[in-house]
Design a protein around this ligand. Structure first.
Ligand code: ADP
Ligand code: MG
Length: 391
């Protein structure tokens, strides 16, 4: 008889939901721990432990039920992962997650691996009411810059533009004087992400780089494989593999990169690492329909200690993130997108996350468009955007 494999997921959002789908297809049972009732992953999981992420009793119950445990968001308390790891394998490890959830440790790790990243200056939460010393320590910072909280930032949240040294104090006050990094604003030409899976034994599967377009800090569109200047895609893939090996990483990892340099002189362009996510990534949702094996199935395979799957692409593709904004017309009136119009488009795959309420900026789902050429992807994209923008 086949042994049932049981996996646990910290967090019940859309990433947990898509992981559950992939794991269940491989015959696994999925238990989700999330404080919220009826969250996207709990709707499809075999079991839901509704509790806080640091509830020891709930963590022990999760560990008891499962053969291996993962997390679907990087801000899970590190000590919860440590506790789980005392009884069951946790992939990725608490150590790897601790690096990815802190922008300072992450950047220091990039530099240790010999990988360029934006210049940064550290602003430590002041011990007393005076924060002048920390600001002084940034006297040689380059402006314009971006002030980013070291922890808990996502989708452009926890970031403020700082045009000059004089505005630094106000920006930091706005972020509540928490530990921050001041980062030089780079001259971005384009953005890439690389998703990969690495097994316990160090086997690697690297997906081709994805090219990402953000609006207001949130992913809007991804092209797969990346289209601009393929030499940078190759570099990004090699650098992401190097980082995963350097961390002895187990699980699915995404590394975001910037290609930077002056607009008029591509010979001066170079690649820098921006940040890492210790989990499947929004841009990697494209692998669900464009690749032999998706990022979620890879994560399930790592957890079950199955061999990793084929990461090669079988289509050209584009991802459209469906934010809650699409549920409102130009006058701000609520209306659902025209699903029938979208689903009539050839090569279109619709993924909705089961969220009950659409809000501006909230990730409600995504669309993958797949075709046999970039030109056909572009035609489908044009049609899909037309349907989405119809008010
Ligand atoms: P998060 O994705 O966690 O919100 P990021 O550091 O990836 O934070 O920043 C979000 C977006 O802001 C990036 O994808 C990029 O478009 C822009 N950005 C971030 N850092 C810089 C920088 N140093 N220079 C220019 N643009 C940046
Ligand atoms: Mg980012």
């Amino acid at each position: 008889m086949l042994r049932t494999r049981s996996i646990g997921v910290m967090g019940g959002g859309q990433l947990g939901r898509m992981l559950a789908h992939a794991a269940q297809r491989l015959g696994m049972r999925v238990t989700v721990l999330d404080p919220q009732a009826d969250c996207p992953a709990a709707q499809v999981a075999d079991a839901h432990i509704q509790a806080a992420y640091d509830d020891d009793q709930a963590l022990d119950a999760l560990a008891m039920r499962c053969d291996a445990i993962t997390t679907e968001f990087e801000n899970v308390p590190a000590h919860s992962l440590v506790r789980l790891a005392q009884s069951k394998p946790v992939r990725p490890s608490a150590d790897a997650v601790a690096i990815a959830q802190d922008r300072l440790l992450e950047k220091q790790f990039f530099l240790k691996q010999g990988i360029a990243t934006a210049a940064f200056w550290q602003l430590d939460k002041p011990a007393d009411a005076s924060h002048r010393a920390s600001i002084e320590a940034c006297h040689d910072a380059r402006f314009p810059a971006i002030l980013k909280t070291r922890r808990l930032g996502y989708d452009g949240k926890g970031q403020i533009n700082v045009p000059n040294h004089e505005s630094l104090s106000k920006a930091w006050a706005e972020l509540g004087y928490v530990d921050c990094l001041l980062e030089e604003r780079l001259d971005l030409r384009f953005e890439l992400s690389v998703v990969l899976a690495r097994s316990r034994g160090g086997e690697l599967r690297v997906y081709q780089a994805i090219e990402n377009i953000h609006h207001q800090g949130i992913l809007a569109l991804s092209y797969f494989p990346a289209r601009s200047h393929p030499e940078f895609a190759k570099q990004a893939e090699a650098l992401a593999a190097k980082l995963a090996n350097g961390l002895d990483y187990q699980g699915v990892l995404c590394v975001e990169f910037f290609v930077v340099g002056p607009l008029d002189d591509p010979r001066q362009w170079h690649i820098v690492a921006n940040e890492m996510a210790p989990r499947p990534h929004n841009s990697g949702h494209i692998t669900m329909d464009a690749c032999a094996v998706s990022q979620f199935e890879q994560q399930a395979r790592v957890l079950a200690e199955f061999p990793l799957g084929d990461s090669s692409a079988h289509a050209y593709a584009c991802l459209i993130n469906l934010l809650g904004d699409r549920w409102f017309d130009r006058e701000g009136r609520y209306r659902e997108p025209d699903w029938a119009g979208l689903l009539a488009i050839k090569g279109l795959h619709l993924h909705l996350y089961g969220k009950h309420e659409a809000r501006v900026g909230r990730k409600m789902g995504h669309i993958n468009l797949c075709a046999t050429s970039e030109a056909l992807v572009d035609r489908a994209l044009e049609k899909a955007l037309k349907v989405l923008e119809r008010s």
